[in-house]
Ligand binder design. Structure first.
Ligand code: PLP
Length: 448
């Protein structure tokens, strides 16, 4: 009957009563029922349309309802929804082959998971088995997932609520040149990578360290791009001590930075590459751990101690194959680069008018806009890990954008600008105009 229909109100009520939302106090959640989406837009039941300048969780690289991905999922569903990971299955095999072809250097074999966290968990366990060592080095400004091991690798404050843990993680500082923890002397030991890692290894004993796990470009925690030479320098130190380099490209991979993988920008190949999100544009849960030739060979004669019911789920793999082929055949990387240039130019124009813009960082469509109280002192617009009223200026900017139909998000004082890679020029312009209006709220919080 009509009374039982799933109206927006009924969806909202059931959601409030029964759905536990991520990282939230449930009583403060007011989730908007969403009716649909297409391309770079989604909309609610009242007809409000939002330009998705976040690609949801920076995963929908090809936007909403891409017809080729939807079709591939339907075809796979008709052929075979599920078969256990022990069998060879067409979409799984095809996607693994594509991964070997697309990933840099000698990366070859892939273990498919249900997302980024599980891929990181498996990479760390494998690195420990391959090296016979236990410790892992990560960075403070990082997010690697929410499961026990992945949150232990993570630096950001969400880790605090999973402590204490004894996962054997040691953290190093980030090459955050704009806000360097050692004042960025020239040359800078932290931002050049190798010297800082060497010093930590000296205290930790390199022979106890299995792997260094890094986001090639830091995503959630501030869109931090490593300076030229950083990754090579880290790679060299890892090689010197027989430590494996694991690059987490869950967010930065699959075209986000205008290259297939962010590490391509610096010509560095990790021993293990972690991907998820853009791998299949997020249509079905999927993550991947791709290992190099040496580890692939090792796996020929040593057992892989990992497994998941849904390792290489056929529906997920089919969506991955379709997403990659669409990227190849629809020149998505070219578009990401061109739209990135348009966004970059627009942001630099905004910086001329808005004193709150401290730094603009990005490549492709992976941009961060760092907001400050004062450009000279670089005091952040809001403090690290702001709560309550301290977060107000950032919240005001995000709310003002939303009111104009621009869906954005921020972490601390950095706004994330990560639209679908298929975004159009007029949509970039729409976002820039909304941002122009919204930034007035940040300017109000600046101090001379
Ligand atoms: N690694 C990075 C760099 C991420 O950005 C994320 C998610 O945001 C993850 C790992 C965790 O992935 P998932 O949420 O699919 O487990």
């Amino acid at each position: 009957s009509a009374a039982d229909a799933w109206t927006a109100d009924r969806i909202r009520a059931a959601d409030r009563a029964y759905v536990i939302h991520s990282w939230s106090t449930q009583g403060t959640v007011n989730a908007v029922p969403i009716a649909g989406g297409e391309g770079s837009w989604f909309w609610d039941y009242e007809g409000n349309r939002y330009l998705d300048f976040q690609s949801q969780l920076v995963n929908m690289n090809l936007g909403h309802q891409h017809p080729r991905i939807v079709e591939a999922i339907k075809e796979q569903a008709d052929r075979m929804c599920y078969i256990g990971p022990g069998y060879a299955e067409r979409s799984r095999a095809e996607l693994a082959e594509l991964m070997a072809q697309l990933t840099p250097g000698d990366l070859r074999m892939t273990f498919f998971t249900t997302g980024g966290a599980a891929a990181n968990e498996n990479a760390v366990r494998l690195a420990r088995h391959v090296t016979g060592r236990r410790k892992i080095i990560t960075r403070y400004r990082s997010y690697h997932g929410a499961t026990a091991g992945a949150i232990a690798l993570t630096g950001d404050p969400r880790r605090w609520y999973a402590e204490p843990n004894d996962f054997g993680v040691v953290r190093m500082f980030d090459p955050y040149t704009y806000r360097c923890p050692v004042g960025h002397p020239d040359p800078c030991p932290v931002c050049s990578g190798g010297p800082h890692l060497e010093e930590i290894l000296q205290y930790e004993n390199p022979e106890t360290v299995a792997a260094v796990v890094l986001e090639t470009v830091t995503g959630t925690n501030g869109l931090i791009y490593p300076p030229e030479g950083y990754l090579k320098s880290i790679r060299e130190v890892c090689d010197k001590y027989g430590i494996l380099l694991i690059l987490d490209e869950v967010m930065a991979g699959f075209g986000r930075t205008g290259e297939w993988f962010a590490c391509n920008h610096w010509d560095v190949t990790p021993d293990i590459l972690i991907t998820a999100k853009g791998l299949n544009s997020g249509y079905v849960p999927l993550g991947a751990m791709t290992v190099n030739e040496r580890i692939s060979e090792w796996l020929m004669t040593n057992k892989f101690w990992g497994g998941l019911t849904y390792a290489g789920h056929p529906l997920a793999c089919a969506s991955g194959v379709a997403s990659i082929k669409a990227m190849q055949e629809e020149n998505v990387l070219d578009n990401a680069r061109a739209m990135g240039r348009r966004l970059d130019a627009g942001l630099r124009r905004l910086a001329e008018k808005h004193p709150s813009i401290g730094d603009i960082r990005g490549r492709g469509l992976f941009y961060g806009l760092e907001l400050v109280k004062n450009r000279d002192t670089r005091e952040p617009l809001v403090p690290f890990n702001p709560a309550g009223p301290a977060a107000a200026p950032m919240n005001a900017v995000i709310a003002a954008a939303k009111k104009q139909g621009l869906y954005l998000s921020a972490n601390n004082n950095v706004i994330r600008l990560t639209p679908p890679l298929v975004i159009k020029p007029e949509e970039i312009d729409f976002a820039l105009e909304a941002l122009d209006n919204a930034l007035v709220h940040a300017d109000e919080a600046t101090e001379p």
